[in-house]
Ligand binder design. Structure first.
Ligand code: NAD
Length: 488
């Protein structure tokens, strides 16, 4: 089998089925810019089929003891691990990343599956003392019902895992609307899950465009909980739709993450982390370090080293390359236009600034790693996420100013500070407005057992994955037991 087949269908009720309309979306290879495949273009009717399949299968799945549900998740993890080469190649081919990165993502997905498999042995509730004699109070987790999941394309294996495994361990039926730019990873996981013994209908995958296949999932009466990873713009719309229906929704949205370097930092280490924060995965990370805030005394020294390290980065899809293409032509065009507008407003380009023009990269969606300076605190580029390899330098007079700049956007996802001062480091973590604060490393996401999420425009307060994700995919039930002492 080729890594990427010529067509891809939905996975509904254990079967691979085309969209009812027969229509397909063209999916392009980010590395070559050429047509890669044609995927099902689903609409409300297909979403309804998938939701009905999930709804029908859910009670049977919920009746399987959570420990045994965990054993099936372990089997899925084993399949992903045993076929990491094949699965990683799918991730690499549909994103344009290297095989090494694709396999790295598979490793993260395996970790996530194993963590939630283990949660099947816990799914802890609480016992709560009552003020009434003879009364025992406890909480238990019950499945939410049908979970509607919508994900972004940036790290497809991790994005699928982050939502599907917690939803499954809690005993839900699942409908996943895959990202239209990375549909194959989702299809691969659905087939692996079937092979691992997940009953048909428990996990369904629909493909298609957001407005056509995503919105009907949020609007569907039989979907009990929605979890969305994507842009703030779409998240806000889905929050409105869910809110009007009093539907539970988890939103994992964008970021404009501050990377602060103080005058007492280890500059070489800070530069290494800044490069990774800003440019790894071609900057397509919600946690990307897109605002680099430099204490004035080290501004020039840091900028010089950072520019040199950035210019040395290698673009391509080989294991020795540093970054690949962005996911589609539209994103590339948006980035170029945003950089051009910033330039017109007086920003200076210190590195990159344009599409890569090397002959072997020119047809792909490659943006050169780009550093800008002279972008004002109130500028569009300071406040809007580009989701690509573009970062801006800002000058801070001191700690308070750096913190003010760090907190100067409406986002609040991740943040980091580089300093040797214990006090600066901890004061920063205490006062920065972010869901994740890091000392002397990069702005990055969490591991599978840690809660990740943001404030403000970065989310609505939920945390995924980690144990906290169980709160999204389960409903707590408080059970009260009255024990009659005369009953003996
Ligand atoms: P996007 O919002 O355009 O699309 C994300 C998903 O939503 C896709 O599956 C898309 O088809 C779907 N969608 C689009 N419009 C929709 C609609 N009207 N109704 C329902 N579904 C719809 O985002 P993108 O550009 O593909 O992804 C990048 C964004 O995702 C960035 O903002 C990034 O920060 C964010 N992201 C956040 C996290 C996190 O954990 N916080 C992780 C990864 C990515």
């Amino acid at each position: 089998m080729t890594t990427i087949p010529g067509t891809l269908d939905n996975h509904i009720g254990g079967r691979e089925v085309p969209a009812r309309s027969g229509e397909r979306i063209q999916k392009f290879d980010p590395y070559t810019g050429k047509l890669q495949s044609q995927i099902a273009r689903s609409s409300a009717a297909d979403v309804d089929d998938a939701v009905q399949a999930a709804k029908a299968a859910q009670p049977g799945w919920a009746a399987v003891p959570a420990v045994q549900r965990g054993q099936i998740l372990h089997r899925i993890a084993n399949i992903m691990e045993a076929r990491a080469d094949e699965f990683g190649a799918v991730v690499a081919a549909e994103t344009g990343k290297s095989l090494k990165e694709g396999k790295g993502e598979v490793g993260a997905a395996v970790q996530c599956a194993r963590f939630f498999a283990g949660e099947g042995q816990r799914l802890f509730g609480r016992t709560i003392p009552s003020g009434t004699a003879g009364k025992l109070n406890l909480t238990v987790r019950t499945p939410a019902g049908v979970a509607g999941l919508i994900i972004a394309a940036n790290t497809p294996a991790a994005n699928v895992a982050w939502k599907v495994f917690p939803a499954l361990i809690c005993g839900n039926g699942v409908v996943l609307k895959a990202a239209e730019d990375t549909p194959f990873t989702a299809g691969w996981v659905a087939r692996a899950a079937a092979e691992a013994g997940l009953p048909a209908g428990v996990l369904n995958v629909v493909h298609g465009l957001g407005a056509e296949a995503g919105e009907p999932l949020v609007l569907h009466d039989a979907v009990d909980v929605v979890s969305f990873t994507g842009s703030t713009r779409v998240g806000r719309r889905l929050a409105e739709l869910a809110g009007a229906r009093l539907k539970k929704i988890s939103l994992e949205l964008g970021g404009k993450n501050p990377f602060v370097v103080m005058d007492d930092a280890d500059l070489d280490k800070a530069v290494r982390w800044a490069v990774l924060s800003a440019f790894s995965n071609a900057g397509q990370r919600c946690a990307a370090g897109s605002r680099i805030i430099l204490h004035a005394p080290i501004y020039d020294a840091f900028a010089q080293k950072f520019v040199a390290a950035t210019r040395a980065l290698r673009l391509g899809n080989g294991d020795g390359d540093d970054l690949g293409p962005v996911i589609n032509a539209r994103q590339l065009a948006n980035m170029q236009a945003a950089v051009d507008r910033a330039r017109e407003r007086g920003a200076r380009v210190l590195a990159g600034g344009a599409r890569a023009d090397a002959p072997e990269l020119a047809a792909g969606f490659f943006m050169m790693p780009t550093i800008l300076e002279g972008v004002a605190a109130e500028d569009e580029l300071t406040h809007s996420e580009l989701f690509g390899p573009i970062t801006c330098l800002y000058r801070a007079d001191g700690f308070e100013h750096a913190l003010e700049l760090a907190n100067g956007t409406a986002y609040g996802l991740t943040a980091c500070i580089h300093t040797r001062s214990f006090d600066r480091a901890f004061l920063f973590c205490e006062r920065v407005r972010a869901g994740v604060a890091v000392i002397n490393a990069g702005t990055h996401g969490s591991e599978a057992h840690m809660p990740f999420g943001g404030r403000g425009l970065s989310g609505n307060g939920t945390r995924e994955p980690g144990t906290e994700a169980l709160d999204i995919y389960s409903e707590l039930k408080n059970i009260a037991v009255n024990i009659d002492p005369s009953g003996t």
